[in-house]
Design a binder for this molecule. Structure first.
Ligand code: ADP
Ligand code: ADP
Length: 226
């Protein structure tokens, strides 16, 4: 089964710029997958379309077997999304941000509180639960976004440049966390422009440049050829 099936995906922005030139891309369920490429290649655009943050121009997208055009609700429930920009209310407390998210998915408050504790602890944020999110460091904010994205326990976690601007020690902690999550069955799809990140984390990857998939395969095979 596939977590993600993209076919003929094109994006032309309102200003006329074509960011994706009809890409095809499949990601198997259970994979740890990287979309690797330089700035401006089309990584955020691709994941933005998959997570309903950007409208596509043409092509088809299926997530967890559900069609983005006709089954958007099921697509959204299948996905946890960690965008690049922080997008929470910075005056709210850490615990409220994650519990509120569970509310959007209709989870009972008791379940929401249990999950909040579980994920905030796993991400080393439990001690900060009563702190306003604006007081957190960049790395902590990033981890808060991950905790929030996991509250409905999605099958697939999508992360756009999850470790951009995060120092190496915190980056390693996040890698460990994501690896464990993947081992427990969550499909992970991330974008990165760090070769090292793709290399040490991801089983499979695609390399994207200027709106085209340039290469696709097992990380070990692809990156040893350079
Ligand atoms: P969508 O097609 O997803 O609705 P838009 O094409 O409406 O997105 O983009 C919103 C606005 O953001 C546009 O006016 C666009 O010029 C601007 N914009 C955002 N990021 C960039 C970028 N990297 N390069 C050029 N324009 C950008
Ligand atoms: P990446 O994530 O690989 O850095 P993006 O998907 O953000 O690349 O951007 C791909 C291309 O599309 C870039 O050239 C970028 O400037 C352009 N772009 C992104 N968003 C917009 C927008 N809203 N309007 C116009 N162009 C955009």
């Amino acid at each position: 089964a596939y977590a993600l099936e993209i076919s003929g995906l094109t994006k032309i922005y309102d200003n006329g710029f074509q960011a994706l030139n009809g890409i095809d891309l499949n990601v198997a369920s259970g994979d740890f997958f990287a979309l690797l490429g330089p700035n401006g290649a089309g990584k955020s655009t691709t994941l933005g379309i998959v997570s309903s943050l950007v409208n596509k121009t043409e092509g088809s997208v299926k997530v967890n077997g559900f069609d983005l055009d006709t089954q958007r609700e099921q697509v959204k429930r299948s996905l946890g999304v960690v965008p690049q920009e922080f997008n929470f209310n910075t005056f709210e407390k850490v615990i409220d941000i994650v519990v509120q998210q569970a509310g959007y998915y209709g989870l009972p408050r008791k379940v929401a509180l249990e999950r909040a504790e579980k994920y905030l602890k796993q991400l080393d944020l439990w001690e900060k639960r009563d702190v306003q999110s604006r007081m957190l460091s960049g790395g902590m904010k990033r981890r808060l976004m991950i905790a929030r994205a996991l509250m409905h326990e999605p099958k697939i976690l999508i992360l756009d440049e999850p470790t951009a601007g995060v120092d190496i020690e915190i980056r390693r902690t996040m890698w460990t966390f994501l690896t464990r999550l993947n081992q427990q069955g969550t499909t992970i799809i991330l974008t990165t422009h760090y070769l090292e990140e793709a290399e040490s984390l991801c089983r499979n990857l695609a390399i994207i440049g200027r709106g085209d998939i340039i290469a696709r395969g097992a990380t070990k095979e692809l990156l040893k050829e350079k």
